[in-house]
Design a protein around this ligand. Structure first.
Ligand code: 5GP
Length: 203
């Protein structure tokens, strides 16, 4: 079996990461989405176990102590974390495990596992990003301001990522990520026994 890999997608709140990731999972059976745990309350339409595992702050802290997270971060006043077990199982069964996580978490993982692939989704401009967050109409003004101030800090770290994709046009952004995934799937290092398969021991 070929080896799976970890694909981390980050980008500021409101940039459209969720839509991009949803499309990737639906269009490629090799990709599985790592459902994060969070201590934040569900937004309208979000489903427990699908968008996130919604747990209490106390349960989150217990899981941190037990070492159950590959990474975790405190973002916008809430905890978010990735299950170590889910990621390991996925990679070992040849899957591309997709993590949609914030910059702190992404850099923690990249630091420990430099072979992971990191993609940063950028908005066309900061003005357009703010417009998208306002249009989403789920946050108060104070939350919008906090998300914009985080966006500046996050984009300041874009140079730590392997790839960037600008989400100006959704279809183009998705196509660009698909090209990145396709290139990564074709790395020789991920193909088990490629020489044996072709040469059968002969040189
Ligand atoms: P939201 O509250 O808008 O769903 O997410 C807020 C931020 O938390 C986003 O940047 C999202 O990518 C990030 N996030 C979601 N899950 C995780 C996770 O498991 N770990 C980390 N570090 N960040 C996450």
């Amino acid at each position: 079996m070929d080896l799976g890999f970890l694909l981390i997608v980050s980008g500021p709140s409101g940039v459209g990461k969720g839509t991009v990731c949803k499309d990737l999972i639906e269009s490629d059976k090799d990709i599985v989405f790592s459902v994060s745990s969070t201590s934040r309350k569900p937004r309208e339409g979000e489903v427990d176990g699908i968008n996130y595992n919604f747990i209490s702050k106390e349960d989150f802290e217990t899981k941190i102590e037990k070492g159950e997270f590959l990474e975790h971060a405190f973002v916008h006043t809430n905890y978010y974390g990735t299950s170590k077990e889910f990621v390991e199982k996925g990679i070992n069964s040849g899957k591309i495990v997709l993590l949609e996580i914030d910059v702190q978490g992404a850099l923690q993982v990249k630091d420990k596992h430099p072979e992971v692939i990191t993609v940063f989704i950028l908005p066309p401009s900061m003005e357009e990003l703010e417009r998208r967050i306002v249009d989403r109409d789920t946050e108060t003004q104070a939350e919008i301001d906090k998300r914009m101030s985080n966006a500046y800090k996050e984009i300041d770290l874009v140079d730590k990522y392997d790839y960037f994709v600008v989400n100006d046009n959704l279809e183009a952004a998705i196509d660009n990520i698909k090209s990145i995934i396709n290139a990564e799937k074709h790395r020789v290092v991920r193909k088990n026994n490629i020489k044996e398969e072709y040469l059968g021991g002969r040189k």
